[in-house]
Ligand binder design. Structure first.
Ligand code: ATP
Ligand code: MG
Length: 274
């Protein structure tokens, strides 16, 4: 059960001003059976910032993103989006689960791109992109198509509009997945090692697309990547995780050139091969 220890005051506000973080984790705990993956994790992401999560395999990075997509249930604590309780709220002096209907409204502000693309199979590129805008946001098909065409242009995939997604290369599928996430007009974009499954020569294309999104939008981004140069360019802050804890938090320059903690030094040495 959640065991949030903070005041209930901020639990009820709906506020998208710059003062309220886009994402807030409060004493978040996540267990899988006996395995405590996150243990009282606290961090927040200010509106419009780009935060990179780094750390060894199994340190809990994907779990954090999956909790934000409500693909996993919390074992304890709270997650707030724009100050709105996303998971639990204070009601009649008790913490209760946020009803699924409200949770869905908040979740629609969050988009995610996975390592393994996860496109809808047996659908064309265009159908993949317009599916949720039409069925979830209730956009007209004409409007959704117009938006999709603009996004396909942005990710350099206009020519593949009517291809089935299984006729695409990995890099092309990933660019479609990015366009699909953007088609939901997310306030928050979660990116989980989106280039890890790609051939090295294709990685740069996908990173170019992400770099452009970072430069041309004010979407809040939480990303997990092993592309340290890219992380250095786009991040406002980098959080180093180990065993579900933040061991170090710094601006990218400091994190990648002058980290303080031994664990970070070891990790970066292994990843950067230096
Ligand atoms: N569905 C699940 N059931 C049981 N254990 C899980 C599940 N998902 C994750 N875990 C466990 O949670 C821990 C954290 O996993 P997570 O995927 O968040 O790590 P990660 O930091 O993303 O690692 P990687 O860099 O390898 O992707 C691991 O010990 C993993 O085995
Ligand atoms: Mg992971």
């Amino acid at each position: 059960m959640p065991d949030p220890t903070h005041s209930a005051e901020s639990q009820t506000m709906t506020n998208t001003s710059g003062d309220v973080p886009a994402i807030e984790f409060r004493d978040v705990t996540k267990r899988f059976g006996d395995n405590v993956v996150l243990d009282g994790l606290n961090f927040s992401v200010p509106q419009g910032q780009r935060i990179t999560l780094i750390g060894p395999s199994g340190s809990g990075k994907t779990t954090i993103l999956r909790l934000l997509m409500t693909l996993e249930e919390l074992s304890g604590g709270l997650i707030l989006i724009d100050g709105d309780p996303y998971t639990h709220e204070y009601k009649g002096e008790k913490w209760v689960a946020v009803p699924e209907k409200r949770r869905r409204v908040v979740r629609n502000r969050v988009g995610m791109v996975f390592q393994q693309f996860n496109l809808f199979p047996n659908m064309t590129v265009l159908e993949n992109i317009i599916e949720s805008p039409v069925h979830v946001l209730g956009k007209s098909k004409a409007e959704a198509i117009a938006d999709a065409e603009r996004l396909l242009e942005k990710v350099g995939m206009s020519e593949k509009r009517d291809f089935n997604t299984n006729q695409l290369s990995g890099g092309q599928q990933q660019r479609v997945a990015i366009a699909r996430a953007l088609a939901m007009d997310p306030e928050i974009l979660l990116l989980d090692e989106v280039t890890s499954a790609l051939d090295p020569e294709i990685v740069a294309d996908v990173l170019d697309v992400l770099r452009e999104i970072a430069e041309t939008t004010d979407i809040t981004m939480l990303l997990v990547t092993h592309e340290m140069q890219f992380a250095r360019e786009v991040s406002d802050r980098v959080l180093m995780f180990d065993k579900g804890q933040i061991v170090e938090e710094a601006d990218p320059e400091t994190m990648f050139t002058n980290p303080s903690h031994e664990r970070t030094k070891e990790f970066l040495k292994a990843v950067l091969g230096g």
